[in-house]
Design a protein around this ligand. Structure first.
Ligand SMILES: [Zn+2]
Length: 246
């Protein structure tokens, strides 16, 4: 099975860039969870380097992917510094395999960005630690500029943001040739076997994040929810009504 590592940039004490009321570490985590949710129907083991707002060194991020023997390391960031649009990075000395994977993902993203009126800033190379110290093909995606009011509008729009996750997931699937999960055969008694979601958790219990990510990706849940958060009757009623209104 193809192993994918999604790396939400920053976290914990390191917020990354901030602007327009947005904090990069949170955007990166939400985008990564949404990408993981979009990959749920595919026959891939998806691992997030962090599923919480936690500190994680660049070496630790690389170690996770290296120890897993991942097929792709994809780091997700939000840009800053006064520009607009998106750009992708591979390491300065990356080979042709990494380059072709990046090109597929990048080109699909460029179509999306162009369709919503934003710039493709280009296919770039850099000596970033997470690209240098990962042994598998590694890409780093810089999505929109957190400090640009026009970009921030899109970052705050759940429909566009979710679509971005879909495009990134689609790019990964196409670049690596990830197959859809095969349907489970029905048993003798006609019982169907539920396909387990193949999200691979970092610690026991963390796979519940993928379940929350799926509901968020499909619009059943809004906002930040941790697996251990209590649910009020009001929240439960809202989710049930969303199902009833479908
Ligand atoms: Zn960043």
């Amino acid at each position: 099975m193809i192993k994918l590592v999604l790396d939400p940039g920053h976290g914990g004490k390191d917020p990354g860039a901030v602007g327009n009321g947005l904090v990069e570490k949170n955007l990166n985590l939400e985008l990564s969870m949404r990408v993981a949710g979009k990959l749920a129907d595919y026959d891939a083991a998806v691992t997030l380097t962090r599923s919480f707002d936690t500190d994680l060194s660049l070496d630790e991020r690389c170690d996770i992917a290296n120890n897993l023997g991942a097929d792709l390391f994809c780091s997700l960031h939000t840009n800053s510094g006064g520009g607009t649009g998106f750009e992708s990075f591979i390491h300065t000395s990356a080979g042709t395999k990494t380059e072709s994977i990046r090109n597929v993902i990048h080109d699909m993203m460029a179509d999306y960005y162009n369709s919503v009126g934003f710039r493709d800033r280009g296919k770039k190379r850099a000596d970033f630690a997470v690209l240098r110290n990962t042994v598998m093909p590694a890409v780093l995606l810089e999505n929109f500029f957190i400090d640009n009011p026009k970009d921030a509008v899109i970052l705050k729009d759940v429909i566009f943001f979710d679509r971005l996750a879909e495009v990134i997931a689609g790019g990964i699937v196409k670049a690596l040739g990830v197959p859809l999960k095969s349907p489970q055969p029905h048993g003798e008694q006609g019982s169907s076997i539920t396909t387990p979601f193949t999200y691979q958790s970092m610690t026991p219990g963390q796979d519940f994040f993928s379940e929350i990510a799926r509901l968020k990706a499909e619009g059943w849940l809004n906002g930040e929810h941790q697996p251990d958060d209590p649910v009020t009757w009001g929240e439960l009623a809202a989710v049930i009504n969303r199902l009833r209104d479908r």
